[in-house]
Design a protein around this ligand. Structure first.
Ligand code: ADP
Length: 492
């Protein structure tokens, strides 16, 4: 055990690190729609390396059942009372890469999509919340800290502390991590009273009321012992109305309990030296393989076979958050005035999907829009591109820019949240940096930065320095795990 932790334990009069249960709607590689899943899947492994027994509880989604049913062990079942409904909840156990994952089984709530969307999603995750709390005393594991993630699990601390008097749930320590504050779980008072038995006294602005509605995220922010978000810059930004989506009041009130811990990436999965999804391999010192990946990407996606043209890429949800409106605004100007190629892999708002499909028609051979989700193709895009564009309006942490850097694709980002914390912009006077950035959410500022990147592309020594720095950056989970371990300890 690290000396720092030994000292902290001594200070607390304890002899061992706390056991932690992570509760989340998704967990990679079992189920994944975004970065949250990567964090929940990777963090327990890095915590184990520090000597912390961290386990996960997550829904037994259909996609998991289809793939892992024969590895899962049934533990027990019970019935969850959800308003007038009485619902079956099975607890299954899966051990994957040494991490124990408890899966909450219910064919109705988890037999379809991970997120139902709309009002029904509130019921889907009210069920999960109640099932987690009711299952806790019967697990073969006694956590001291329950680490909740985003609004889907944010009601666990509130209900645990208010509805289980004398139970172990009342005395647990709760951490809530905000991965994206834009999603909050907003429902009517009657809805949460019916589903979760929330008492009227908690439906006030002091507790879970916001703008006349019950707000799951706010309930979590009020009742968690500590709150963190996934980068130091985002932790500062969400104190401001522009980023906080209405929650700045409660966040400022809890200011001293809010911190930012940058996520890491799984360095084993994302390793250009060994990645089985790549046609050729490379590392910082030997980048021939990267050129081969670029050629393979161009060939596969119908782009002209040109080794010496700057190839820009995006792997993204196509939403306003990700700055897609900026891309739409300047794409034609860029494609008609610059000698460049553009590769998009993404899904999202239909207006952006259609825009990119049409752009592909206009710039065939130079622009490819692959509308869809493909883990496999994403690796080739990271490895085969020269630049990775991420002009987010806000970005709590962002994993894609870190993956891109590890694969030697230089990020071009807006200076917000985790993008600001992970990308050091190119300084033309000192030659320092590992990417490019712009300050304002402005299409022409982004366009200008892209132009600067293209100019740099033709300066061999500049590119050499930038790519080397980008590939050197250490975004492993070890550092984040250390910070989480400190946070868990200081919560006890
Ligand atoms: P967010 O979680 O906000 O979507 P992040 O950058 O934190 O953004 O994480 C996105 C993750 O999802 C990355 O691992 C990225 O490669 C992956 N991803 C996003 N869109 C796609 C897609 N269309 N196909 C494959 N992977 C994708």
């Amino acid at each position: 055990m690290k000396k720092e932790f030994r000292d902290l334990l001594k200070e607390k009069g304890r002899d061992k690190l706390p056991a932690v249960l992570l509760a989340a709607a998704e967990c990679a590689p079992l189920s994944k729609t975004g970065g949250l899943a990567d964090v929940v899947g990777t963090l327990p492994k890095s915590l184990a390396a520090l000597g912390i027994d961290a386990r996960v509880i997550t829904p037994y989604h259909r996609v998991i059942k289809e793939k892992y049913a024969d590895q899962v062990e049934h533990m027990f079942y019970f019935y969850v009372q959800l308003g007038w409904r009485r619902e079956y909840a099975g607890i299954e156990k899966l051990v994957l890469d040494g991490v124990t994952i408890y899966l909450v089984d219910n064919e109705h709530y988890f037999g379809d999509r991970i997120y139902w969307g709309g009002e029904a999603e509130g019921e889907q995750y009210a069920f999960f919340t109640r099932a987690v709390l009711d299952a806790l005393p019967n697990l073969d594991f006694q956590p001291e800290v329950v680490h909740c993630n985003d609004w889907h699990t944010a009601m666990i601390p509130m209900l645990g502390r208010t509805q289980y008097p004398g139970g172990m749930q009342e005395n647990l320590r709760y951490l809530l991590t905000i991965h994206n504050i834009a999603f909050q779980g907003i429902y009517s008072f009657d809805y949460v009273k019916d589903l979760l038995g929330v008492e009227d006294k908690y439906l006030t602005s002091e507790f879970m009321e916001l703008n006349g509605c019950a707000n799951y995220m706010k309930g979590g922010l009020v009742f968690s012992h500590k709150i963190n978000t996934v980068s130091p810059s985002y932790a500062r930004e969400i104190m401001m109305p522009y980023y906080a989506e209405g929650l700045e009041g409660i966040l400022n009130a809890r200011h001293d309990d809010v911190s930012g811990i940058i996520n890491g990436i799984d360095k084993v999965t994302f390793n250009p030296r060994t990645d089985p999804l790549l046609p050729a391999h490379f590392d910082r010192g030997h980048r021939k393989g990267k050129a081969a990946c670029k050629a393979a990407l161009q060939e596969r996606m119908g782009l002209e076979q040109r080794p010496n043209v700057p190839l820009f890429a995006m792997v993204t949800r196509m939403t306003e958050q990700k700055g897609f409106d900026l891309v739409a605004c300047v794409l034609d100007d860029m494609m008609s005035r610059e000698d460049m190629q553009f590769m998009l892999l993404g899904t999202g708002d239909s207006r952006f999907e259609n825009f990119m499909r049409q752009a592909e028609e206009r710039y065939r051979g130079r622009l490819c829009a692959y509308i869809g989700y493909s883990e496999e193709l994403s690796h080739l895009v990271y490895a085969g591109s020269d630049f990775f564009l991420m002009p987010s309006r806000f970005e709590p942490c962002g994993l894609s820019q870190m993956i891109a850097m590890r694969y030697g694709s230089l990020p071009i980002v807006r200076e917000t949240g985790g993008l600001r914390d992970t990308v050091q912009p190119y300084n033309q006077y000192t030659g320092e940096g590992d990417g490019f950035s712009f300050a304002n959410f402005d299409a022409w500022e982004m366009r200008d930065t892209i132009h600067k990147a293209i100019e740099a592309y033709y300066k061999k020594d500049v590119m050499e320095g930038l790519i080397t720095s980008a590939m050197k950056a250490d975004f492993g989970f070890e550092l984040s795990a250390m910070e989480y371990a400190r946070l868990y300890l200081c919560m006890l």
